[in-house]
Design a protein around this ligand. Structure first.
Ligand code: PMP
Length: 395
């Protein structure tokens, strides 16, 4: 290794370790369900995005196996050469139906989707108004586009309006876009989409909502845009297929001309191999299950409300969550890491989330109850929270 690289890596890794900002990565020894095994130990899992429990759903596993038997394990090429299987076409029709739009396009991941979609439409002559707490993939997608990035304070509609007005009146930009998460993943709060749409209309903004954590969760499962009845108002409804949907991938749903454009201009679609047949088949069935019944959705919310009420009663700071995502905000990074480590030792897998994922000084242990948890699991988790919280002086 080049000496300069070796020195750079060693010095900077040490700084992260000293600051409590180096996340150790655990390997899960089996399925990522409500109970997981890590280092040989069974733990109540409150860390996965498998909101509806679909990642381990028997019907989806069966559908994936059948697709593998028929199509093989790989899709063979990028979508624009011959990697588009009839399975991808069916999936995209289903996603458009799910999101109430004319068309949809799928990508290999939600991260990829943000890199693809923003830069396919926005360029250096444009500006993007971006919520300060937007996900890293949105930030990177914005950077890739080379548009001027104007961050507005989190869900602060006065700040957004002032910045939209200034950008519009400056006359400096051809197009202006406003981008927001639908549900903010670190706090579980919901974007103020009706106000955002109002501001967008006033200043002729393109609207872009990343509903990675909303699909399957809000709007009776159909997402945050549906929750507010704004399907006709939002230009880009994007999301991931890896969280509530339980598999992997990302999508944009919108008007047909937008999707047609993304099919010829978004680079991950053009230059990266299509999602595998087993995954596509499972995703399509998962979307159908969410459309057919709210049973899993209802169970998710019941569990989320139960855990939230329990943590609040114990005296934890659960922030401004409006969804099943429930942070316990601790603040100090080292204490947060220690808290999470003790939870694991006691039997709860709830990971510390610290800078740079969240701002410095707002370290938290984030809980993601799912539809697959039982009341008994949640009660056990709450008892452990109480024990560790008292031991470390957090409550
Ligand atoms: N957008 C948001 C808001 C997310 O929270 C995430 C997942 N962490 C992504 C995009 C990326 O999705 P994926 O994991 O499918 O790449």
């Amino acid at each position: 290794m080049a000496k300069i690289l070796d020195t750079f890596l060693n010095e900077n890794l040490q700084i992260l370790r000293d600051q409590g900002l180096y996340n150790e990565i655990d390997a899960v020894e089996g399925a990522n369900g409500p109970i997981i095994q890590v280092n040989g130990k069974q733990l109540i899992n409150l860390s996965s995005n498998n909101y509806l429990g679909l990642a381990t759903n028997g019907e989806l596993k069966q559908v994936a196996k059948e697709a593998i038997d028929k199509y093989g394990v790989g899709s063979g090429a990028v979508r624009t050469i011959n990697g588009t299987l009839d399975l991808h076409v069916k999936l995209e029709e289903k996603l458009a139906e799910f999101k109430g739009t004319e068309a949809a396009i799928s990508y290999q991941s939600g991260f990829n989707c943000n890199m693809a979609a923003i830069s396919a439409v926005m360029d250096k002559n444009d500006a993007i108004l971006s919520d300060q707490l937007n996900h890293a993939s949105i930030i990177d997608g914005c950077r890739l586009s080379k548009a001027k990035i104007i961050a507005y304070n989190h869900s602060d509609m006065e700040d957004l309006r002032a910045k939209a007005k200034e950008a519009k009146e400056s006359g400096l930009y051809n197009k202006i876009m406003v981008i927001t998460d639908g549900v903010f993943s670190m706090d579980g709060d919901i974007a103020k989409l009706p106000e955002i749409v109002g501001i967008a209309k006033e200043f002729d903004l393109i609207t872009y909502v990343d509903d990675a954590h909303g699909s399957g969760v809000t709007g009776k499962g159909k997402g945050t845009v549906k929750h507010f009845g704004l399907e006709k108002e939002i230009d880009f409804q994007i999301g991931t297929l890896s969280k509530a949907i339980g598999v992997v991938g990302g999508y944009v749903a919108g008007k047909k001309n937008l999707i047609d454009w993304l099919k010829v201009r978004s680079r991950p679609f053009l230059f990266s191999t299509a999602v595998t047949p087993g995954d596509v088949a499972a995703i399509t069935r998962a979307v159908q299950l969410i459309m057919d019944s709210t049973e899993l959705h209802d169970k998710l919310w019941e569990n989320g409300d139960y855990l939230k009420a329990g943590l609040k009663k114990l005296g934890f700071n659960i922030g401004a969550s409006e969804t099943p995502i429930t942070p316990c905000i601790i603040g100090d990074e080292k204490l947060t890491q220690q808290f999470s480590k003790r939870l694991v030792e006691e039997g709860v897998y709830a990971k510390a989330i610290v800078f740079p994922t969240v701002p410095k000084g707002t370290g938290r242990v984030r809980n993601m109850p799912t539809a697959a948890h039982t009341k008994e699991m949640l009660d056990n988790a709450l008892a452990i929270y109480e024990k560790v919280g008292r031991e470390l002086g957090v409550i």
